[in-house]
Design a binder for this molecule. Structure first.
Ligand SMILES: Cc1cc2nc3c(=O)[nH]c(=O)nc-3n(C[C@H](O)[C@H](O)[C@H](O)COP(=O)(O)OP(=O)(O)OC[C@H]3O[C@@H](n4cnc5c(N)ncnc54)[C@H](O)[C@@H]3O)c2cc1C
Length: 551
């Protein structure tokens, strides 16, 4: 890729938000399909429906910019990503890269994160996750020489998940009759692992608590500690990063921008500040369009929802839609995933001045992640059970061009929604003194943690803003501030109804709840949905001969 010139950079700075305003650009129908929500799952489904089905698609996004958790936001002199810190399998030749290249026509470029993509800091001791599966294996054996066999067994179990998950997820896109006949067989391999918790699988492999703590040190990537997370989810995420990771050149907002032309090519539109309040269902129990929050209606013969399973079934569908009561009941068995705080820090120093690199830091207060969580839930003044420190400005080689002499850092921590629920009815920035005080107390703590673990930032933080679970609820519409949709528990993967087709005709689900948490997981959700709609196996078509498994 040629280096950007000054004009390119200025253009990039001016046009950071993606999508047209709904108010200023009313929908120019007719549309073949409406996609509710412009997360990576919704955008992927929309782009594929356009490209492989020639569909004219309207994407409606309630936020002021498109991208869902891949969007970015600004404050004077700074910008931060929200839900993209590193994405695995985007190196040339990888399956995910082939998919990104296909829906962006190769216009999205990737910058590799350092070969140590994650550093686990456990009780002050550091363990590096190095890219390359075999290098990872050897590094773990250097840290735990007495556990060589256990490490091999662990990697074998992860491989078992990766070998079986493609059939499990592909089954979701099959026509109902075929799924009924072959479904059990196709699902069995993955469920063998996914119905067990991460802790159950690891405790069978080793009794070494420190090794288990290190191997599960990225548990924040899926939001559930080992005794509650599905080993299927753990293994998918661990494997996702084994060969290292990448970050979009120009920042996370480039993802949505690069996908947009594929949607617009067939006359589609992406409209922002466009909240859907209802999915319209006719007397034959078929989705026929949507009602907007302003009361106007847009009709189309296909509706795809990327707004999450709970929002779709509990808030957007009318109660009289048939066949959904069982679904809603089943959803109640799967709690929402974790909510979070994020400290968005800005510094008037370049990354080089502060000697920052792009390695993510996972700070864990002790080897029992479940106990750490329980302790914090019972008493908020206990240590954070996990801190994730990320350096977005270092990962994007163009950041320095847009914001010379500056850098940004994010510190993510677990934060139960319940602690903030009583302010749910208040407006953003006007939640009252008590809320502000609580928020400030956590902000101060997170700043102190950042200065402790990244000492070069000490006394140099120029700007530090906090988000709480209510920010996630406000901006992404997840009612409990959840960051990964439904929680990645063993029960979730056994819930058969989490698939693109819904009991309502012409209504399809997409995104992370259909597949798994993470940009790749939500994107595969988009592929499954487009495959189910078009009756084509787009997964095979898109991934070409990369030879890697999904997600
Ligand atoms: C703090 C954080 C860090 C993360 N880090 C990473 C990471 O490093 N790597 C990685 O791979 N993944 C990461 N993730 C996860 C990843 O970002 C998500 O799993 C993924 O982006 C979800 O995509 P989605 O399409 O399912 O939904 P979302 O991105 O949640 O999009 C759903 C969209 O629907 C919109 N919507 C909802 N209701 C309506 C309505 N009624 N009308 C119109 N629009 C509506 C929302 O506003 C939202 O834009 C992170 C997430 C968070 C929150």
């Amino acid at each position: 890729m040629p280096p950007p010139n000054r004009d390119d950079i200025n253009a990039l700075k001016q046009s950071r938000s993606v999508g047209l305003s709904y108010k200023q650009h009313p929908p120019q129908g007719p549309f073949d399909a409406i996609v509710i929500g412009s997360g990576i799952g919704g955008l992927t489904a929309a782009a594929l429906l356009a490209r492989y089905g020639e569909r004219r698609v309207l994407v409606l996004e309630r936020h002021y910019t498109a991208g869902g958790f891949t969007h970015i936001f600004h404050r004077p002199g700074y910008e931060w990503d929200v839900g993209v810190h590193y994405i695995g399998q985007v190196q040339a030749g990888e399956r995910l890269r082939a998919i990104f290249d296909s829906i962006t026509d190769g216009t999205l470029h990737w910058h590799p994160t350092p070969s140590v993509y994650d550093r686990i800091i456990l009780n002050g001791k550091e363990y590096d996750f190095v890219s390359g599966r075999e290098r990872f294996r050897e590094r773990m054996k250097e840290y735990f020489p007495a556990e060589r066999k256990a490490i091999d067994q662990y990697l074998k179990a992860v491989r078992g998940v990766v070998r079986s998950n493609q059939m499990f997820f592909a089954e979701k896109a099959l026509p109902p009759v075929v799924a009924l006949l072959a479904g059990r067989l196709l699902r069995a391999g993955f469920l063998h692992y996914a119905r067990r918790t991460t802790a159950e699988v690891l405790h069978r492999i080793t009794a070494n608590r420190e090794l288990i703590a290190v191997l599960t040190g990225q548990w924040g990537d899926y939001g559930l500690p080992p005794a509650r997370s599905s080993f299927g989810m753990h293994a998918i995420i661990a494997d996702h990063y084994f060969e290292g990771a990448g970050y979009p050149v120009g920042g996370a907002a480039e993802i949505a921008r690069a996908i947009t032309p594929a949607i617009e090519k067939t006359g589609g539109q992406i409209l922002v500040s466009a909240e859907v309040s209802r999915i319209l269902v006719d007397g034959s129990n078929r989705a026929v369009g949507v009602r907007m929050a302003d009361g106007s209606e847009v009709r189309a013969g296909l509706v795809v929802s990327d707004a999450g399973a709970s929002n779709t079934f509990e808030r957007l569908l009318p109660p009289e839609a048939k066949g959904t009561a069982g679904f809603v009941q089943a959803l109640k068995q799967i709690p929402p995933s974790a909510a979070h705080f994020c400290l968005y820090a800005g510094l008037r120093h370049s990354a080089a001045e502060l000697s920052l690199d792009g390695t993510n830091l996972w700070v864990l207060p002790g080897p029992d992640h479940d106990r750490n969580v329980a302790r914090f839930m019972a008493s908020p003044d206990q240590p954070f059970p996990v801190l994730f420190i990320s350096f977005p400005s270092v990962k994007d080689p163009q950041f320095e061009l847009r914001h010379p002499g500056r850098c940004t850092i994010e510190v993510v921590a677990l934060a139960p929604y319940e602690w903030f629920a009583r302010w749910a009815g208040t407006a953003w920035k006007r939640r009252g003194a008590e809320y502000d005080e609580l928020k400030e107390s956590f902000r101060t703590r997170l700043v102190a943690e950042l200065e402790r673990y990244v000492p070069s930032t000490r006394g140099r933080i120029d700007y530090a803003e906090m988000s709480t679970p209510l920010s996630t609820r406000n901006f992404a519409n997840y009612q409990h501030g959840e960051i990964y949709g439904l929680s990645a528990s063993p029960e979730r993967f056994q819930l058969r109804s989490l698939r693109p087709r819904t009991p309502v005709g012409n209504l399809f689900l997409t995104g992370q709840d259909v597949c798994t948490a993470g940009v790749a997981g939500a994107m595969f959700g988009g592929i499954l949905t487009a495959s189910a709609v078009l009756g084509r196996n787009l997964l095979s078509l898109l991934s070409g001969n990369s030879g890697r498994k999904a997600p």
